[in-house]
Design a protein around this ligand. Structure first.
Ligand SMILES: NC(=O)c1ccc[n+]([C@@H]2O[C@H](COP(=O)([O-])OP(=O)(O)OC[C@H]3O[C@@H](n4cnc5c(N)ncnc54)[C@H](OP(=O)(O)O)[C@@H]3O)[C@@H](O)[C@H]2O)c1
Length: 305
């Protein structure tokens, strides 16, 4: 089988097709034929070598946390799935591959209402969005501002927050305003118009790259919480705010979040915008990683067979 990985850190062109035997499922695991996988900014940082100082991995490195697959083999003791089931798997690495194995706790059946592309791109952004709301721990009726609400993480935070009864201000670039309107936020705004809002109990900065246009501390109430998805520490501008950096804590467990996402996709009209469906090839992965390096149109990048 083929995996899409690299033997050196660098530009998107480091990806190559790597031959290996398909992995065999251990007890409690399933083997999946990968039908598609999501691409995330996290994969690009792995490829650039930014995680090398704290994450010891040996080459070749095959990224990929988000997989849509079809069950092809059952390991000993597996009764939850049958061969042929189409499932979503969240994993630490290795999803850019023709076949993977996965423990059953990290796999859920694909909700029928969710399209293939959305299902392939759901895992990491879903777990991030769930972790964000868990760490903010807001009460129903409180106000949450979401910067970068057009993105993979931001759009899910908006939808989950509405589902949990929060009042939501969704903020993103002007090109994304129609999409924000469709997500059910109470109020939408561009970055330029946002300073007038100034009343959020908490603000999430889900802008890729972490630059929040100087808004995070401005639109959050004194004593409120500013949560950033970026590693860079934001400027609180001397304001008394609680600061949370998403990467500092372990994210919520896939075993908890995947069933929640499946329920959400079944009971609500969950919207996952897809920017680009890329071919299941080295060229497709390279093109996807080139797009990850740009301020591309909002939505998920997915590779599909
Ligand atoms: N710590 C964790 O566990 C964790 C997990 C997942 C993600 N993350 C981080 O969360 C952030 C959001 O992830 P995502 O997958 O939602 O990202 P994304 O969809 O690629 O981007 C989110 C939004 O950021 C804006 N944007 C995109 N590229 C930009 C650029 N080059 N310069 C300025 N703005 C840009 C866009 O909004 P507008 O065009 O509307 O401004 C976009 O909709 C990333 O930094 C990611 O690394 C962290």
């Amino acid at each position: 089988m083929i995996r899409f990985g690299f033997n050196q850190y660098g530009a998107p062109q480091v990806f190559q097709a790597l031959e290996s035997d398909p992995p065999q499922p251990k007890p409690g695991q399933v083997q999946l034929k990968v039908l598609g996988f999501g691409l995330n900014p996290y994969d690009a940082s792995l490829r650039r070598g930014e995680q090398a100082p704290f994450r010891k991995l040996s080459f070749p490195i095959v990224p990929g946390t988000d997989v849509l697959g079809s069950v092809t083999q059952l390991g000993e003791g597996v009764t939850e799935f049958a061969v042929g089931d189409v499932v979503i798997n969240y994993r630490p690495i290795g999803g850019y591959s023709e076949y993977v194995t996965a423990s059953v706790g990290k796999v859920i059946k694909k909700p029928a209402l969710l399209g293939d592309a959305a299902a392939a791109g759901l895992g990491q952004v879903g777990i991030a969005a769930y972790s964000i709301l868990q760490q903010l721990n807001l009460a129903s009726g409180q106000t949450l501002a979401v910067l970068g609400a057009s993105g993979g993480v931001g759009a899910l935070v908006v939808q989950m927050a509405k589902h949990e009864g929060l009042r939501v201000l969704a903020i993103a670039g002007s090109a994304s305003q129609p999409y924000l309107e469709s997500l059910g936020a109470d109020q939408v705004a561009t970055y330029d118009a946002a300073p007038n809002l100034a009343a959020a109990d908490a603000t999430v900065n889900a802008i890729n790259g972490g630059d929040d246009h100087g808004l995070g501390s401005v639109i959050t109430k004194v004593g409120g919480t500013l949560l950033t998805t970026a590693y860079r520490t934001p400027d609180l501008q001397g304001k008394n705010l609680k600061l949370i950096q998403l990467g500092d804590d372990r994210p919520a467990k896939a075993e908890v979040v995947l069933p929640y996402l499946a329920e959400l996709a079944t009971t609500t009209s969950l919207s996952i915008q897809i920017t680009e469906r890329l071919p299941f090839s080295v060229a497709g992965v390279v093109q996807g990683h080139e797009l990850l390096e740009t301020h591309h149109a909002p939505g998920k990048l997915v590779v599909l067979r």
